[in-house]
Design a protein around this ligand. Structure first.
Ligand code: ADP
Length: 274
């Protein structure tokens, strides 16, 4: 089993000729509503990889939250631990993409700020052989408490240190593995943190887990559509493989395949439109 404790976001994306200056209004062209949030992205990827997956987190008590719940259910993710919180919106990212290809993004954490001990309690279902998959888009204290509790129960904790934030040394040490991209690895090194098990993804150059390097599945540069969510696809598939009993190399290879697939399509999730 894979239990993902993390974020769910709705990305509202529009295209602008140029970004507005303060006080200014510009017209946006088109409005796409995409499913995102690292937690849900990774849960969907783990389910697609054949894992038995439970998504633990919070949405608003609103239409977006309902839509997201149905979406996950349709993808085979157990949503019984998803909590709808009154008085706060489902997490939302307001994304403006300019003709020059630059994005400006306002993230409204909304319900992603709400996970608390009720979500941590879901970890009590885990034991040896199970995987708790974490990222850092929900409160850090919740992530740390859940990680310690899962490890204490003998479950494996896969911790994607993204977006980067400093973590207590014991949490860094219990992750198996701690998953970082090159930027996050850099920040981690500068912080002096010492993971016991570190898996770094290097985009088109594959990934390295404690000195064992596996090449990426090669993708023609011209076929790369959108690298958003490659890391999430990687983490989800990795967790599913580890929960299925794969060894490190086999799990990395499954993750590298999922990461390569992700760059061939738009959005962070297959069929991303919510
Ligand atoms: P992030 O998306 O977090 O920045 P990376 O860029 O390292 O992380 O990508 C994560 C994984 O996605 C890589 O390890 C690889 O498996 C896959 N990937 C990303 N870019 C490519 C690419 N151009 N060709 C093949 N695989 C890729």
């Amino acid at each position: 089993r894979v239990l993902v404790l993390g974020s769910l976001n709705v990305d509202l994306v529009t295209r602008v000729e140029r970004h507005p200056r303060p006080g200014e209004t510009v017209a946006g062209e088109g409005l796409a509503r995409l499913a995102g949030g690292k937690g849900a992205n990774q849960a969907v990827a783990a389910a697609a990889a054949g894992g038995s997956v439970t998504m633990v987190g919070c949405v608003g008590d609103d239409a977006e939250g309902d839509a997201y719940r149905s979406r996950l259910e349709a993808r085979g993710v157990d949503v019984s631990r998803l909590r709808a919180v009154d008085g706060t919106p489902t997490g939302t990212a307001l994304v403006q993409v300019s003709d020059a290809g630059e994005n400006t993004i306002v993230v409204v954490p909304g319900a992603n700020a709400e996970p608390d001990e009720r979500e941590v309690a879901a970890v009590d279902d885990l034991g040896p052989g199970d995987v708790l998959l974490l990222q850092l888009e929900v409160p850090r204290t919740v992530v740390c408490v859940a990680a310690r509790r899962a490890a204490g129960r003998g479950a494996r904790v896969v911790l994607n240190i993204a977006p980067y934030a400093a973590l207590p040394p014991d949490v860094v040490a219990l992750a198996d593995p701690l998953v970082a991209n090159e930027h996050e690895m850099q920040a981690l090194a500068e912080s002096g943190s010492r993971p016991a098990s570190l898996l770094v993804t290097f985009g088109a150059n594959g990934a390295t887990w404690d000195g064992v390097t596996r090449p990426a599945v090669s993708v023609d540069a011209g076929d790369v559509v959108d690298t958003t969510g490659a890391g999430d696809a990687f983490c989800g598939a990795l967790a599913a493989a580890l929960a299925g009993g794969a060894d490190r190399e086999a799990a990395m290879d499954a993750a590298l395949r999922a990461g390569a697939d992700a760059v061939l399509r738009e959005g962070a999730q297959a069929d991303p439109y919510l």
